[in-house]
Design a protein around this ligand. Structure first.
Ligand SMILES: *Cc1c(COP(=O)(O)O)cnc(C)c1O
Length: 383
């Protein structure tokens, strides 16, 4: 009998059964009182995910669309921009800001390391005219978690805005926008929101809104001022992604029923701990020095090919994990902890990882070691 397929990547993620059900419903029009009520409820519940009093906006786009929205709504071409680049997504955001005319200074951080707040302080001191600071909360390509709270405290003392790509953080771990003074925070549906790809979410602080009104960057699809006007009428600027918004409503209802975000954060943190414990037993430590709970990057010993491992896990066992990107290709295995993941899914992933490693590199792994890694996983999951 075929094993069930298990998707364990850091986005897209498996979605809960009730999301699948709502996605199978017939299409409705977005300009109806019924849908407008669902939409309004989602926007208001998103405020508690962002932990903000500000309105949250939705774009029909992937997460990168919200990254672009953050830039075009706050940038004046020619502005000095400081971009933390600690992996692939940091590089993407820096390129976007350059594309729109920002004078981008890259703060290159060694892959696998978190940026230090003193580095940000030094950069801002060197260029006091800096207008935007761009940082991932979690740099998904390395699984590093950056110290956003401390960075925000430093940026808040300057005229710069802190823009945070929270695509693999928001919804997976605490990221209280107002309390920490984050100016622009954004997330995407196919990561911590347990949905298919296609919606992104973004919110702007009061300090950011002053910039939004004055920013001279050309913008149309992502013009948040027009979106705000439409939302104030209870509408969206363009056609809504009706099935995904209904699915979001189901997810947010579930979160609400299960006692809010803290319960979800705890669950994700436990999956991460269990994965790291199993990795240690296999001799695959965490690649990130400050790992995010939303995903784990396990470092492979020299001489092992992570791309071969992940391909083999998929082909022989129907378990999909991610490898590394760019210079980390072949060197790490990334396992996601966001989405509809049950303890059994993680146990099976660890079992299949161990089995695949010992099939490919029989001299490097022993049966007792595979057993110990599963036991460590199970023990941590049970708490
Ligand atoms: C996935 C991801 C993105 C890009 O999201 P898309 O939905 O593929 O556009 C951006 N930033 C981070 C940190 C991500 O993990």
């Amino acid at each position: 009998m075929k094993q069930p397929y298990i998707l364990m990547t850091p986005g897209p993620v498996p979605v809960p059964p009730e999301v699948l059900e709502v996605l199978a419903q017939p299409m409705e029009h977005h300009r109806t009182p019924e849908f407008e009520a669902v939409f309004a409820r989602c926007l208001s519940r998103l405020q508690s995910v962002f932990e903000t009093k500000e309105r949250v906006y939705m774009h029909t786009s992937t997460g990168s669309g919200a990254m672009e929205s953050a830039i075009v709504n706050t940038l004046c071409p020619g502005d000095e921009v400081l971009a933390v680049v600690s992996g692939k997504f940091g590089e993407r955001w820096a390129e976007m800001a350059e594309t729109y005319g920002g004078r981008v200074h890259r703060l290159n951080v060694e892959w696998g390391e978190a940026v230090r707040v003193e580095q940000i302080e030094a950069e801002l001191r060197a260029r006091p005219g800096t207008k935007l600071v761009l940082c991932q909360a979690c740099e998904t390509s390395t699984a590093v978690l950056h110290p956003i709270r401390q960075i925000a405290a430093v940026v808040a003392r300057t005229e710069a805005l802190l823009l945070v790509d929270g695509i693999t953080a928001l919804g997976a771990l605490p990221m209280p926008m107002d309390e920490w003074h984050i100016d622009v925070l954004l997330g995407g549906s196919q990561k911590a929101f347990m949905l298919p790809t296609g919606l992104s979410f973004i919110s702007f602080s009061q300090k950011a809104w002053q910039r939004v009104e004055r920013a001279t960057c050309p913008r149309f699809y992502f013009d948040i001022r027009s979106e705000r006007e439409a939302n104030e009428r209870g509408e969206t600027l363009f056609s809504s992604n009706v099935p995904l918004v209904k699915a979001l409503d189901v997810v947010l209802e579930r979160v609400h029923r299960e006692g809010g975000m803290p319960a979800i954060h705890r669950r994700i943190a436990r999956l991460a701990e269990a994965t790291r414990a199993a990795g240690e037993e296999l001799g695959l430590p965490s690649y990130a020095k400050h790992p995010s709970p939303s995903l784990t990057a396990l470092a492979l010993p020299a001489g092992m090919d992570g791309q071969k491992v992940r391909a083999e896990m998929e082909k022989s066992f129907r378990v999909t994990v991610m490898g590394g990107q760019d210079k980390l290709k072949g060197k790490i295995i990334r396992i996601g902890h966001m989405g509809w993941i049950r303890d059994d899914d993680l146990m099976r992933t660890i079992e299949v990882l161990g089995r695949t490693l010992s099939n490919l590199y029989p001299e490097k792994f022993t049966e007792p070691q595979l057993r110990r890694s599963l036991e460590a996983c199970g023990r941590t999951l049970r708490g």
